[in-house]
Structure formats: C-alpha cells, structure tokens
Design a protein around this ligand. Structure first.
Ligand SMILES: Nc1ncnc2c1ncn2[C@@H]1O[C@H](COP(=O)(O)OP(=O)(O)OP(=O)(O)O)[C@@H](O)[C@H]1O
Ligand SMILES: [Mg+2]
Length: 258
C-alpha cells in the first residue's frame, strides 16, 4: 500500500484540505488503491472506475458526490466486496477484501457491514421488527436474542412503538429508519449508504442524516454515504468528489473527533 494519496483539486473550495484519513497515524479502516472496474455490456465496455485511490479512517463519516453515472454506486459495491474488480487493491479492516474466498467475504459482509439503500428493500409481509431481525436469524442467532437486539435497534432509531407495523403502514422516513435499524442490528464496523435520503423530502432527509450523524458519534461506526444532496454531503467529516470513474478532489468539512 505505498500509493495511498488522494488527488486534491486545489482550485476549488477554500476549505479543501489534505486527504489524510488517518489523523493520528492509525491504520485506515478502508484503503483502496488504483481500483479499476469495467462493465462489459452489449456495446462498448463501460469503464466505471478508472483508478480510484482513497482511504477512510475508523469512525469517519464520508460522503461521496458526483454526477449521475460517474461511478458512485460501483465504488460502494467494489469497496464492500459486492462486486469484483479487475485491477487495484482494497483493504477493509486490514484485510484484502478481494483476496478472501467468497464465503469469507460474504461472512465478513454479514458480520462487519451494514447497508442502507435508497429504496428500502423491506419485505412487505413482515413487520418492522421482523424485517430488522431477519439478517440475525439468517446468521443463525436464536429467536429470543434476535428479537431483543432488533427491538434495541428500533429504539436507537426512535421506532420502538412501531415495531409491529408493516412497511405499508409506515411513512417513507419511518421505513428508512427501519432499514437503518436493520443495517445496525449486527453492530457493523462500516455502514454503507447509497442515497439513503434520495427518496425523502428535505425535512425527513435531514432527520435521517441527523440520526446517522448521531449513530456515527455514539457508536464510533464508520459511514460511507453516496448522496446527490449538497446539504447532506456537507454534514460529513469529508466529501469525496467523483467524476468519470475517478476521484477529482475532496472537501474536508470538519476534522474527525471535532
Ligand atoms: N451492471 C452494470 N452493467 C453495465 N454497466 C453498468 C452496470 N452498473 C453500472 N454500469 C455503468 O457504470 C457507470 C457507473 O454507474 P454507477 O451506477 O456506479 O453510477 P452512479 O454514479 O451511482 O450514478 P447515479 O447517481 O445515477 O446512481 C455508468 O455508466 C453505468 O451505466
Ligand atoms: Mg448510483
């Protein structure tokens, strides 16, 4: 991991700063270097990532912004090991995510990562608490323990009284809170969000972001969130700006721990 520098766009906003994700020299929780990802389609191959290098410190909240099609979702999917890469290296918690055998990678994802996407991906026939506990039951946890942890997670997102409601009986903001509870229930080290507020009005979007910030502070979890919304973007410690499959710069909003 010799080349972990990040390109800085020096001509942009004044608060742009150094790309050091490790303020005290600690090992970054995510370290990617020269990541390339190409999709072979019916026509010309699409070079979705063309050499992305970045690092994220443990406990940091980072947002990723950039025009539609610039590779944000692809980057999230590659960093979390959901997609393969052709070139480059990705270390998560010190381990090369793409060198792990498939079953270990799946297991690592299930135990150490949580996912919050734009469209809630909740099962309509299950109640809020059943949706939250599903990953725990799939992971083999006993029913009683899974239920207790799921209720705790729903409490954390302020939905304790709604645990018996099905998704259709909840508002958009409440549904997204259930998704967040589901992402948190296994106490992950990293939470990935792909436009988690994209489907919400600005009041609900702000409330969800406040919740994520609060969880980030309280639980010291690392958050990597793709967003199109500048107001959401600047609430992180740092925004990484992407364009055309590359990182074109970053903006530091507040130092980690401040
Ligand atoms: N499974 C796929 N097969 C082929 N091409 C893909 C696939 N997924 C993404 N792409 C292409 O890769 C490029 C990057 O897509 P990606 O979804 O990462 O963009 P994005 O920045 O997340 O955009 P948006 O803001 O619209 O969600 C696009 O040109 C897209 O068409
Ligand atoms: Mg996307």
């Amino acid at each position: 991991m010799s080349s972990r520098s990040i390109e800085i766009d020096a001509e942009s906003a004044p608060q742009k700063g150094a790309a050091t994700a490790e303020p005290n020299g600690a090992e970054p929780i995510i370290a990617a270097s020269d990541v390339h990802k190409t999709y072979a389609g019916a026509g010309e191959p699409v070079h979705a990532l063309r050499g992305v290098t970045l690092s994220v410190a443990r406990g940091e909240m980072v947002t990723i912004m950039g025009p539609s099609g610039c590779g944000k979702t692809t980057l999230l999917n590659c960093l979390s090991g959901l997609e393969t890469i052709e070139q480059g290296e990705i270390f998560v918690e010190g381990r090369s995510i793409h060198d792990m055998p498939d079953n270990e990678r799946t297991d690592h994802r299930a135990r150490r990562m949580g996912f919050v996407f734009q469209f809630y991906n909740l099962l309509p026939v299950l109640s809020a608490v059943e949706n939250v506990e599903l990953p725990l039951l799939l992971a083999g946890l006993g029913q009683g323990e899974a239920r207790n942890r799921s209720i705790e997670a729903l409490e954390q997102v302020g939905l304790h009284d709604w645990s018996g409601h099905r998704p259709a009986q909840l508002s958009g903001g409440q549904r997204q809170r259930v998704t967040i509870a589901r992402a948190l229930v296994n106490d992950p080290a990293i939470v990935w969000g792909d436009e988690p507020t994209g489907d919400l009005d600005s009041t609900n979007a702000n409330q969800i972001m406040e919740l994520l910030e609060d969880l980030n502070r309280r639980n010291q979890q690392t958050f990597v969130i793709v967003t199109h919304d500048e107001n959401i973007g600047r609430r992180a410690n740092r925004t990484i700006h992407m364009r055309d499959g590359l990182i074109e710069g970053e903006t530091v909003h507040r130092q980690l721990g401040s």
